[in-house]
Design a protein. Sequence first.
Length: 202
Amino acid sequence: MPEQLVKPEFTHSQMELEARDKRRLEAFIDAVFAIAITLLGLEFVAPLVQHSNELLLASLVGFVPKFIGYFLAFALLGILLNNNWRQFQNIAYADWVLYLINILFLSFVVLVPFATAIWTDYPDTTVGVLFFDCVMFITGLILYANWSYVKRRTYLLKKDISARTLRVIAYRNASLPVASALAIALAFFSPRSATLHTYSSV
C-alpha cells in the first residue's frame, strides 16, 4: 500500500514564505562549512627542524594525534553537511525561525575546529575530550531540532515528500547526538579512547 504524502498546510502567507528564499540560507550554510573545514587544516604548521630524516620523521610522528583529530572532525563535519543538505532537499520554504535555528547551528559548526584542537592537545584529559564531545552533541542536537521543527510545519516542506523520507532523515540526524552522548559518558572512564571508539560507529 503506497505511503501517504504529507500535504502542506499553508497557514502562513504564501507571499511571505516565497519572499524568504531558502537558496540564500543554503548558500550561507555551504560557505560556513567551507570555512570551518578550512580552519581544520590551519592547525598544521610545517615543523622547523634540522635537515635530518630522523628529526623530521620524529616531528611528523608527533603530529599523529592532530592528524587523527583532523580526519575525524573532517568526517563529522561532512556528516553534518550531508544531513543538512538532505533536509533542505525536502524543504520548500524557510521562515524566520528556520533561519535562526540554522544560524545557531552554524555558530557551533565554526567551533568544531577549536574543539578539535583542544581535544588533540589534551587527549588524555576528561575536560578536553568532554569539550569536543559536547560541541558535537549540541551541534547534532540543533540539526535534529531543525528537522523536528520543519516536520511539525508541513507548509515548509515540499509537496511530494513521503512519510518514509521524514522518518529516515530523522533517524540519520539522531545518530550523531546519540553517539556524542555515549562519548560523553565514556569520557569519564577512558577519555583517550572514548571519542574514537564511539564516533567510528556513526
